[in-house]
Structure formats: structure tokens, C-alpha cells
Design a protein around this ligand. Structure first.
Ligand code: ATP
Ligand code: MG
Length: 257
């Protein structure tokens, strides 16, 4: 059930790495319950947009703003952004050796509860059934609970684990960067189901980065945007993704020049 409309409003966002300009004026507003898909050629800045919004220190924001429910987030630490309700499912999830997945998720959840004024913390005993149920939804074996975060996980297992993390943390706005890459045909459906379930349960807003229309057959986007050279050059609805699949980017890129 959607209780409250949360809004992430990105205005004229510019960002660099060193002297290299990567984002050149992004304007995008994402609200609770909305699914925005971003497609676009390799190297157009899609992952950069996610990283900048989450606060990766490598990038320098040179212009523009990103407001979450009216509050500027670009000067906050990544953990503060996470506690407000932003989540990033990585294109390339990192492996964290020596930290078990179960403990990592429980501690992250408890930190998030605490940061949001909850005095109650979830004990390992209380957490286990919640985690098992969530992993069950993503058809992940329970043995992953005791394995180190992402260590030695296959590409597809890492992507499922990102969605388990999202389902546990219940963010308000989730950015999912190529969550479909590396997934086999069945896993694609399972991951999409996991995203749809979380959407139904929490009403979060989703920014879905993908190269393939295929994922959008399972998760219906409200908006589809095309990004090129650090800008959104075209926006439309799900028909736009079908058009891109058929015709590629050439025409759209030419028109945007
Ligand atoms: N540390 C860096 N040094 C130099 N260039 C970088 C660095 N990080 C990113 N870039 C460049 O920034 C551009 C945007 O990269 P980004 O990863 O955001 O693209 P993307 O749209 O996510 O591409 P893909 O679809 O391949 O994932 C690329 O040309 C990339 O090479
Ligand atoms: Mg990328």
C-alpha cells in the first residue's frame, strides 16, 4: 500500500570525473509507485547517474541538484542517502570477504531502522524467517545466508542477492543498474517477480537501467527514457522501448544532434 508519495527530483545535474564531463544536464523526477526505465548506448552515463545520486566519491557534481522530498541530497554521505530511502542495485556488485550475507543484511536493516527513529532492533532469531522468506521469493538457496557477501557468487546469484537486499531494506526509491545482465531466462522472471512483489508491498519508485526490452515484458515501465552523452534525449512510454529494440539508437541519436 502506498502511504506517502516520495519524490526524487533531479534537476540540471552535471558531473565530472577529473576533467571528463560525463553528466550534461539530467532532468528526471521519480515518484513512489512509478517505474522509469533508462536505456541508452554503452558509456552514455547511466551508471554514473546512479553513482552520483548515491554519493560515490569519485565523481564531482559541477552543477544542478537532486532533491529527495524537497531536501538536497548531493551534500549527504552515501549512508545518509540510504537512510533517507535511496537504494542502488549495482551493475557490478562488490564482493565483501569475511562478512556473512545474513549478518550484513540484518545489521544494514537495523541501522536503517535506527536512523529512522525506530527504537526496536531485529534480533537474529526474528530476522531469520524474514530473510528465508525473501530468499525463497528469489529462489536463492539458504546456504547463501552464511556465505560472504557476493564472494564467489555467479553473475546471476549476485543480481538476485541485490534484490534480496532491496526487499529487506524496503527503500523508497530504488535504482537498479542492469539488474537483468547475467540472468538466465528463468532467473530473469524470478528477479522481475521479486521487484514486482516489493513494488506491490512497499509502493517504492524504481529507476530501472536496462539494455533490453525483454526485462520490460515482465516489469511494465510507466516511462522509458533514452540517455546519450550524459543527457536524456528522449522520453516516452513502454512503446519507446519496443521501438528501440526494433530500430536501434541511430535515428534517435541523429535527431538529438
Ligand atoms: N574513472 C574513470 N575514468 C575515465 N572515464 C570514466 C571513468 N569512469 C567512467 N568513465 C567514463 O564515463 C562514461 C560513462 O560511463 P558509465 O559507466 O556511466 O556508462 P553506462 O551508460 O553505464 O554504460 P554501460 O551501458 O556500458 O553500462 C564512459 O565513457 C566511461 O568510460
Ligand atoms: Mg552502466
Amino acid at each position: 500500500m502506498i502511504k506517502k508519495k516520495d519524490t526524487l527530483e533531479i534537476s540540471n545535474l552535471h558531473a565530472n570525473i577529473g576533467d571528463l564531463k560525463i553528466l550534461n544536464g539530467i532532468n528526471l523526477t521519480i515518484k513512489s509507485g512509478e517505474i522509469h526505465a533508462i536505456m541508452g548506448p554503452n558509456g552514455s552515463g547511466k551508471s554514473t547517474l546512479c553513482n552520483v545520486l548515491m554519493g560515490h566519491p569519485k565523481y564531482e557534481v559541477t552543477k544542478g541538484s537532486a532533491k529527495f522530498n524537497g531536501k538536497e541530497i548531493l551534500d549527504l554521505e552515501p549512508n545518509e542517502r540510504a537512510h533517507l530511502g535511496l537504494f542502488l542495485g549495482f551493475q557490478h556488485p562488490l564482493e565483501i570477504s569475511g562478512v556473512s550475507t545474513g549478518t550484513f543484511l540484518r545489521l544494514a536493516k537495523n541501522l536503517s531502522l535506527k536512523a529512522n527513529g525506530e527504537t526496536k532492533q531485529i534480533s537474529p532469531m526474528e530476522f531469520m524467517p524474514i530473510l528465508k522468506q525473501t530468499m525463497g521469493l528469489l529462489k536463492m538457496d539458504e546456504k547463501f545466508i552464511t556465505r560472504s557477501v557476493n564472494e564467489g557468487f555467479s553473475g546471476g546469484e549476485k543480481k538476485r542477492a541485490e534484490i534480496v537486499q532491496m526487499a529487506i531494506l524496503e527503500p523508497k526509491i530504488a535504482m537498479l543498474d542492469e539488474i537483468d545482465s547475467g540472468l538466465d531466462i528463468d532467473a530473469l522472471k524470478i528477479v522481475a517477480e521479486g521487484i514486482n512483489e516489493t513494488l506491490k508491498k512497499t509502493g517504492l519508485g524504481v529507476l530501472l537501467i536496462t539494455h533490453y526490452q525483454r526485462l520490460l515484458n515482465y516489469i511494465t515501465p510507466d516511462f522509458v527514457h533514452v540517455m546519450a552523452k550524459g543527457k536524456i534525449i528522449k522520453s516516452g512510454d513502454k512503446k519507446l522501448a519496443k521501438e528501440l529494440e526494433k530500430n536501434g539508437y541511430e535515428e534517435i541519436l541523429k535527431k538529438a544532434k
